[in-house]
Every structure is written in C-alpha cells, then in structure tokens.
Design a protein around this ligand. Sequence first.
Ligand code: PLP
Length: 390
Amino acid sequence: MRLSQRVQRLAPSATVSIATKVRELEAQGVDVIGLSLGEPDFDTPDHIKEAATKAMRDGYTKYSHPQGFPKLREAVSGNVERRTGIARGSERVFVGSGAKHVLYILFEALLDEGDEVVIPAPYWVTYPEQVKLAGGVPVIVPTTEEQGFFLLPEALERAVTPRTKALILNTPSNPTGSAYPRGLMAEIVKICEKHGVLVVSDEVYGELVYEGSHASALPEAANPDSVFLVDAVSKTYAMTGWRVGWGVGAKEIISAMARLQGQETTHPCLIAQVASVAALSGPQETVAKMRGEFRKRRDMVVSRLSGMDGVFCRMPEGAFYAFPDVGKLFGRGVEDSLSLVEYLLEEAHVGLVPGSAFGAEGFFRLSYAAAYDRLVEALDRIERALGRLG
Ligand code: PLP
C-alpha cells in the first residue's frame, strides 16, 4: 500500500525517538538517565485523582459536548480571567485532547494550502509538522542566544507576507526556557494586529516561571480576538497522560474547531475533563511546590553546565529545560548536536535531545524534570564524558 504524501512528509518526533533509544539501552540492563522527555516527574495530585474516581461513580461516562465539557469551559474562562485580567466567556473556550491536539485542530480550522505561519526557532518540534499537515507553510525565523532566543520586532516585520495567517509564540519556551518580557510581548502582538496575523500563544508552561511573572499575550491585544491562547493541565498539574488542553479565542474559530472535533474524536475523555475542573478550581499548593523544586534544579543544572569546558548555558526564566550552547565542542570528535547527543548517550548513558531537532544547531536540550540526585549524577557523567573529548 502506498501511504499518503502527507504522512510521508511527516518527520518523526525527535524527542520520542531518543526516548526509544533510552528504553532500548535500559532493556539491556544499562543504567541510563533519560533527560529527553518533556513531562514533570511529579505525580498528579491526589485530589485530582479522587475527582476522577468520583466522576466515574457519578456517571460521567457518556458522550458530552464537542466543544468541551461546559463546567470545564467555565473553569478555564475563570482561570484565564484570574491570570490575565481579560474576561473571555466559556463560549470562547475549546477543550481538546491536550495542547498538542488543540493546536492541530486550530491549524486545520485556520489554514488553506500555502498559507504561511511564522515560527521562531528554536521551536517545539511539533509546530512545523502540524502546520505542514494542515497544508500550511512554516516560515522559520531564527533567533539568537544573545537576544535571549526572542523573536525581535524587525525580524517579525520582515517575515510577514500577504499570505501570513498566524505567528506561533511559546512562552516560556520549549526548548529554551526563555519567557518573553511584557514590553517585547506587547510590541510583537501590536505588529501582528497591524497585519491581521493571529497570535497563537502556547502558554502551557505559564505557571512555571522563576524570574518575574508570566507575560501572557492576551492582555497585550487591543482586540482579544487577535490572540489564540493555548494551555493545558498537562504541565501545570503533572497530568500529561490525562490528555486535556484548551484553546481560547475568537468565537468563529472556536465553533469551527468544535465542528472539526465533532467529526474527529467527539471530545476528550469526559472523566479526565471532570478531573481537570478539580485541577483548575481546587487547591493550587502543589503547583507552587513543584515550581519551587524546579527552580532549585534549574539553578544547580545551569551553574554545573556553565562550569564545563566549552559549554555556556543561558539562565532560562521558565519551563523545565536547559538549552546549553555546545558549539565550541564541535571538531573535537563530535561534529554536530546529534553526534554529541549520541556520544553522551553511549559514553555517559544520559539521554538528551539535539538542538537540530528544534531548528537550532549548536545546542542540546536537557530536561530537568528528574529527581535532584539523578540530575547531579547525570551532570557528573556528562562532565566526565566531555572531558574525554579530543
Ligand atoms: N506545547 C509545548 C510547548 C510543549 O512543550 C508541549 C509538550 O511537550 C505541548 C504543547 C503539548 O502539551 P499536551 O501534553 O497538553 O498536548
């Protein structure tokens, strides 16, 4: 059977393929420290699990609304207003199976063949693939470490054409951890509004900011419909496996997405949606605790990496990734970020992701969503292995 052109053009997820290699080594009995996956190592808080159990007992086991469970949409609407000061009614909320699926349906709803979407690099691996799947053209705009990996207004102006439909912003960023400062966010949103370009703002790490406060795109818009906000329970509440995320945006986009979901998955698991109401409306102490723990790890990881010969690591403001600059190591037995990551997997038994997967050669991504002592051990191993390079 000849598979579709669409699927043949689809790149496999680099993060998933590294994790597969890690598992293969583990199956051989090797003690590998996998720091390649983007999920909190904490467990889902108990009160959320209990809400799911209760939901099952209470009969939340049938079909529900294709735009999302109404009580969850209300909870999202309240959460957005609390965090951004902008009231977006529940009719402007769409719930899908995780932020990833919400983005996928959004591009399906938005893009025609050849429509352009501006994506600053380094980018989360999924964005360009999803845009292509929907027939769009990803327009990659490189950013630099010196500029904090931020998209600058001049670069955005240069990238916009009459075919530009949207810009994808991700703050704090996977893979760099950079979080846009408010002033720059305001400038970027203003430019998009001037050109009629939708700001797709992926803020799934918005609760994980360690310096200052999270600057959402939404409050910066003159017209809130210019922003499509994406968030999820996945990272904030350690609920990656529950598959619940949402988009908040213009009514016509939200209804189109509900029409699409109605023909695709109908809606995410209702039990998980009811539990997500408990996550958003219940006690938030676990979020603060997790944030404090991540911050401690970040400080240690960045200071250790920066102390290594040939490595420089910018202090990330948020998320749970370090993205060190390792370009100076090339030519010493490793030639690029992929060969360096392969070397570190073989020699140090540490799983990382090459910067090339995120459209940024010369870096690797280390996820510090792992226990503190395992991180210390991983950094010791990395340091020893780098010391053995030519
Ligand atoms: N957006 C970014 C920037 C991510 O890093 C991830 C997960 O790694 C997602 C979205 C996907 O989130 P979800 O698990 O809710 O689909």
